[in-house]
Design a protein around this ligand. Sequence first.
Ligand code: ATP
Ligand code: MG
Length: 413
Amino acid sequence: MRYSKLFTKTRKEAPTDEVSKNAQLLIQAGFIHKEMAGVYAYLPLGLKVIENIKQIVREEMNAIDGQELIMTNLQSRDKWEVTGRWDDNAVDVWFKTRLKDESEIGLAWSHEEPIIEMLKQHITSYKDFPISVYQFQIKLRNELRAKSGIMRGREFSMKDMYSVCIDSKQHNKYYNSVTEAYKKIYQRLGIGDDTYVTFAGGGSFTEFSHEFQTICETGEDRIYLHRGKNIAINEEVLNDENLKKLGINKFDLEEIKTSEVGNIFNFGTAKSEQMDFTFIDEDGQRRFPHLGSYGIGITRVMGVIAEKFSDEKGLIWPKTIAPADVYLIRLGESAEAINMANKTYDELMSRGINVLYDDRDERAGTKFADADLIGIPIRLVVSGRNGDNIEWKDRKSTDIELISIENIFKKLQ
Ligand code: ATP
Ligand code: MG
């Protein structure tokens, strides 16, 4: 990727109409574009980050036998009426619209009902179980507040997975494997050590559901953490009865600001009963399967990472999701400098290293400032002055090393 060909431009100042740090930085650096409050487009650099996050999630979902699919964003009313969730009093984030014949349809705020309805038509025998399907999908929600940038969008990307199991035993085993997969995902995304599996309410069947809450100063949630036992509880289930159940003393809890980056639910058989989803078991009996639902906020994760990993100069992406591996700067406009920088770019690319090559005829200060703002983990500088050696600097550090291209390959390995 040559910077001279990239249509997005960084801005000198952060936009004044955004209050959240993630939106300010991501707009300033050219990763996202604001369409309206809570609605953002993902530009080439932003899309790369999103795709990198999705790929990590995809690999871990595939590893637990998830099958990827894509549902639709236009949804039929009757499927939601069956469970009483078409009602705006039951779900207060619906966007709805009408077909030409005046009949009402919904814009997907969730896919639970449509996906279960679809599964019903394919799954009849327990021999197929456990089955799990997932998608990366745009959700549309008429959220009341949209002040957290991409951490709370009215249009956002989510990974949602659903599992179908014979009974609670098979369900619990699968549920645990999802918990473990989620831990791996957040580790790979660079927020694992700051993310707590948190007891939460709202499981329509079990006593608790689980949220994955990441420490974040600007997050909208609060968790109560017992450091000794490594148990976290969210606000809604923080009461004497639950504390007793978990064997925790209220005074040992620490209140921490967090953002919910994912959650997992057990529906038990409640949802399959409501939707009349059955299968034939070993004894030829008709039974209701156990269902589970598992979300990860893809765009919210990106926002949380932008908030957490940044400084006064700009973004600092974890290696695993950065829009490129290396930000290569050419300094000087002599034929020698241009040749050497082009050669370095070609060699890096031919070894499979993703490079954002700042080949513009800009001042050094401008290029350094953009490198810091965009936040690619490693900055390399080629200039006429250093012979065949190249300057290496980590985004997080102020140390600069002069090394040969061979050593650069070694260090990148
Ligand atoms: P919240 O309590 O933050 O509104 P939720 O309980 O509505 O979240 P789910 O419907 O279960 O969340 O969605 C699954 C995941 O999608 C959440 O854990 C979160 O990471 C993400 N998410 C939810 N709402 C939004 C939003 N408006 N913008 C971006 N991500 C979101
Ligand atoms: Mg919500």
